[in-house]
Design a protein around this ligand. Structure first.
Ligand code: GAP
Length: 455
């Protein structure tokens, strides 16, 4: 990635309330509540014009660094609906559950695994102090759906509860249709659906969300080496896109959290107003997934080493994170209200990494009633649009236009003024430091590309 000079974040910047982000997202077209005109649906959101650009940039950077820059990793895109046996083999039909207790007084419900230990021990409601029910109620999180139209012949199946299952299902096809040999990985970005009993905190816990997964298939003897490699790689990846480097860490799972087949598991956590929360999990999956799918499908998913002829079920390192959590964490990380030295209202600025910013450049004629300025600005905008997302804006004074762009994270504003008409130069104003530089129109495309793309 091109390292542009981002303004380092001050360690003492306060954590941003989620409400500020919710409000910005609605106001500026990043995220809308789904079906809002019908009153909305809890835990489901739509992405607006700027949201789509930001999500696409986030996805593209992940894909580039995970798939395109690794010779031993390929990508797939699987369907949201699979054979129902998949979810029996994966253990989701039996075990993908939330256990809830209810307060007898205020009737609020709490997930047992989210309750503070002392509330659980004393069976005391953390909100009103009332008594909690003793026997938890169990809810399966899989979303059911039906294939077929004829009553009686319809097959019950599920929207995928985790995206990664397609990777195990396609593993053998990828092996046979590509030139991959172990060790190699398969990546996918895709939607997952969970009937979360307690959705909330905006994009943090949703019922429809998007995951990115790498499943890396290895010889059992090389498991530790590859686990360490991907664990560090994923951590460095997140570090490369955040400003607050002190707000990220690993949390190792304790022995009672580990699945029976896992020797180790780590969460990459990020600190927000919600506390330290999981962003991505790095999991030691051993041979669990391929063995289970071999057993349930009756297909042999073992691998024969082409040189040694050794036959074994490959072990798996999984890195599994959320596109939506990345979207939310990046907004929380980037949002700042900066006091104005001139004493006017504070400047709201999104210090997004330039390569992720939804709009890369805004082209602004100094005045909109001067035809030559407008024509030159529109011409520059049209040329830049072929290379990156550019916005043309001639409404209100230049200061207000800069503010509008700062608020959506646009890293560069190009101003066309009377000097432009004389010497073919423009002013480039940078978002974080608000510095201005004069460069020629012919230099502008390369100047911007160098700063807003990764390589
Ligand atoms: N295949 C492993 C797996 O699905 P997970 O911890 O359940 O593991 C992986 O999910 C990532 O998906 C999480 O780290 C989180 O970023 C994201 N995620 C999980 N549930 C989510 C939800 N309800 N809403 C938004 N993102 C979610």
């Amino acid at each position: 990635m091109t390292q542009t000079e981002q303004k380092p974040a001050a360690n003492d910047t306060p954590l941003v309330p989620i409400e500020k982000i919710v409000s910005l997202c609605k106001r500026r077209g990043f995220v809308y509540p789904n079906s809002e005109i019908y009153g909305g649906v809890s835990g489901i959101y739509d992405f607006g014009p700027l949201g789509v650009e930001l999500r696409n940039n986030i996805r593209r950077y992940w894909w580039w660094s995970m798939v395109q820059t690794h010779d031993n990793v390929v990508g797939i895109e699987g369907a949201n609906i699979t054979h129902p046996r998949v979810w029996e083999a994966s253990g989701h039909v039996e075990n993908f559950v939330d256990r809830l207790v209810e307060c007898k007084k205020c009737r609020r419900r709490f997930r047992i695994d989210h309750l503070p230990a002392e509330n659980l021990e004393q069976r005391k409601c953390p909100v009103c102090g009332g008594e909690l029910t003793t026997e938890p109620r169990v809810f399966n999180l899989l979303m059911e759906t039906y294939l077929g139209v004829v009553e009686g012949d319809r097959m019950k199946t599920y929207l995928r509860g985790e995206a990664c299952q397609n990777i195990y299902l396609d593993y053998d096809n990828v092996l046979k249709s590509s030139r991959m040999q172990i060790p190699f990985g398969i990546c996918q970005i895709g939607k997952a659906y969970r009937n979360e009993v307690t959705p909330g905190n905006f994009l943090f816990r949703q019922r429809e969300f998007e995951q990115w997964d790498l499943q890396f298939f290895v010889h059992p003897g090389e498991m530790q080496k590859w686990f360490d490699y991907w664990k560090q790689y994923r951590y460095d990846w997140y570090m490369s896109i955040i400003n607050h480097k002190d707000r990220i860490h690993f949390r190792e799972h304790s022995s009672d959290e580990l699945a029976h087949y896992a020797k180790q598991a780590f969460d990459i956590e990020y600190q927000t107003i919600l506390g330290w929360q999981e962003w991505e999990g790095i999991h030691w999956r051993q041979d669990w997934d391929l063995s289970r799918h071999s057993e349930y499908s009756g297909q042999d998913l073992s691998y024969t080493d082409p040189i040694t002829k050794e036959r074994y079920i490959p072990w798996i390192v999984e890195t599994s994170g959320g596109v939506d959590r990345t979207f939310l964490n990046l907004l929380l990380d980037a949002y700042e209200e900066e006091p104005d030295p001139a004493g006017k209202e504070p400047r709201t600025v999104l210090r997004l990494h330039p390569m992720l910013a939804p709009v890369k450049v805004a082209v602004l004629p100094l005045q909109k009633n001067k035809e030559e300025l407008v024509t030159t600005a529109k011409d520059i905008h049209k040329k830049l649009q072929r290379l990156m997302v550019s916005q043309y804006d001639d409404v209100q004074n230049i200061g207000r236009r800069y503010r509008r762009q700062d608020e959506i994270g646009t890293p560069y504003c190009v101003t066309i003024d009377f000097q432009t008409l004389d010497d073919h130069t423009v002013t480039v104003r940078e978002r974080d430091h608000m510095t201005q530089e004069r460069i020629t129109i012919s230099e502008l495309p390369m100047y911007l590309l160098d700063r807003v793309t990764w390589n």
